[in-house]
Design a protein around this ligand. Sequence first.
Ligand SMILES: Cc1cc2nc3c(=O)[nH]c(=O)nc-3n(C[C@H](O)[C@H](O)[C@H](O)COP(=O)(O)OP(=O)(O)OC[C@H]3O[C@@H](n4cnc5c(N)ncnc54)[C@H](O)[C@@H]3O)c2cc1C
Length: 382
Amino acid sequence: MPERWRYDDTMKGIERLTIAVVGGGVAGLGVAWRLAQAGCAVTLFDAGQVPSHNGAATWASAGMICARLEMVDASPPMAAFALSARAAWPAFAAELDRSAGMSCGYLERGALHAFFGRAHAPHPGAGVERIDRATALRLEPGLADDVAAALWAPGEAQADPRWLVLALARACRAAGVTVRAETRINRLLEAQGRVTGVLTAEGPANFDHVVVAAGAWTTGLLKVSNLPGPRLRPVKGELLSLAGDRAVMPVTRLVWTDECYIVPHGDGRIVVGATQLEAGFDTTLDHERIDALRRSAERAVPALARLTELERVCGFRPAADDGLPVLGGIGPQGLTLATGQFRNGILFAPLIADTAAQHTLQGRLPDLARPFAAARFAEAAA
Ligand SMILES: Cc1cc2nc3c(=O)[nH]c(=O)nc-3n(C[C@H](O)[C@H](O)[C@H](O)COP(=O)(O)OP(=O)(O)OC[C@H]3O[C@@H](n4cnc5c(N)ncnc54)[C@H](O)[C@@H]3O)c2cc1C
C-alpha cells in the first residue's frame, strides 16, 4: 500500500486554499473528503443531486472490489494499482464508517467464478484457486446442481456503492465541505495559464484550484472550456436488482459466471450485472438484454427466480482510449483530473481520493499512479 501523503513545506497555507470539486460520484466525493480533512476550504458541485442518481456510474454500480478476477488481462501498473487499492480498502472503509456514522457496506467474503455443465475452470491466476464441485457447493449452496467447478478468489470484497456515496457525502459535510447539488459547472475559467475558477448559471466563482471528477462527462467540460484533455467516452452499463431477504439469502457471496455477475449486498438487495455498450449518453434501457442477464443469474442460482425485481438502471463508465485511469494535471496550472476508472471506480476509490488530493496539494502523483498521469494525453497530441 502506498504511504498516504503527509503535510510538508510545499503545503504551507493549505487552510486558506479554496478548492472546487466538480462531480459528486465516488471520485469527487472521495477527493473532496480528503482535501477537507487536510484543512482546505472545499466546495463540491454536481449537476444533479448528491449523490447523483441519473446516469452517474457510481449509483448504477455493482460494488465489486475485485483486484484479481477483474484484472486477469491487466498491465502490470494497472494490476499493481488494483492490488494496492484493494489493500487500502479495510482502513478506508473503517475510517469512512466512523466519520459518516453509517456503514458503506464493505464486506470481505471473497468471490466465486462458477462453471456449469461440461465447462472446465481455466488455469487460476495469482490469488485465485481452482476448486471442485463439492467445495463450490459448500461455499455457496445455492449454486445450480450442475456446477462443474469454480475459481475461488478469497481476497475479493465488495461495498454497497449507494451506501458508499451516501457515507462519503455525510463524511464530506462533517469535514466542512460545502455541497452544491443541482449546480452544473458550465465552464472552467482560465487566465494566464492557470485555472481560476468555475462558471455556473449564477455566474463566475473563483477558486485557487479545481478538481474535475465529472466521470464520463469530463471531456465535454474540458472541451467547452477550451482546455486540453484526455479522450474519455461513456461506456454504458445496465443492471437489475432483486429484493432478497437478509435472513435467508439465496446467495451469500459474489458469484461470477461467463454471462453475468451476482452481488448480494448487506441490506438484502442482490445486484445482477451488467451490460457494456458504446451508445453515447443514451439512457434508454434495453430490456431484452437485461432479461438475458436475469436468466443467466437464475441459471447459476435457481432460487433467484423467486425474488421480486426492484429496479433496472444504467450508468456511464468513464473510459479513456487506453482503458487506464486519468489522474493529475494537464494544460494549465491549478487543475487536477480524477477520472478514467472505467469498470473499477469502486475498487480504486481509496487510491483515486488520495492520489488526486496529493496532486492538488503537492503538484505530484505518487509513483504508483504515474503511469496514469493525465499529461500522457497532452504528450500524445503534441
Ligand atoms: C453498471 C455498472 C456496474 C459497475 N460495477 C462496478 C463494480 O462492481 N466495481 C467497480 O469498481 N466499478 C464498477 N463500475 C464502475 C464505477 O461505477 C465507475 O468507475 C465509478 O463509479 C466512476 O465514478 P465517478 O465519480 O468518476 O463518476 P460518476 O459516478 O459518473 O460521477 C460523475 C458525476 O459528475 C457529475 N457531473 C458531470 N458533469 C458535471 C458538470 N459539468 N457539473 C457538475 N457536475 C457534473 C455527474 O452528475 C455525476 O454525478 C460499474 C459501472 C457501471 C455503469
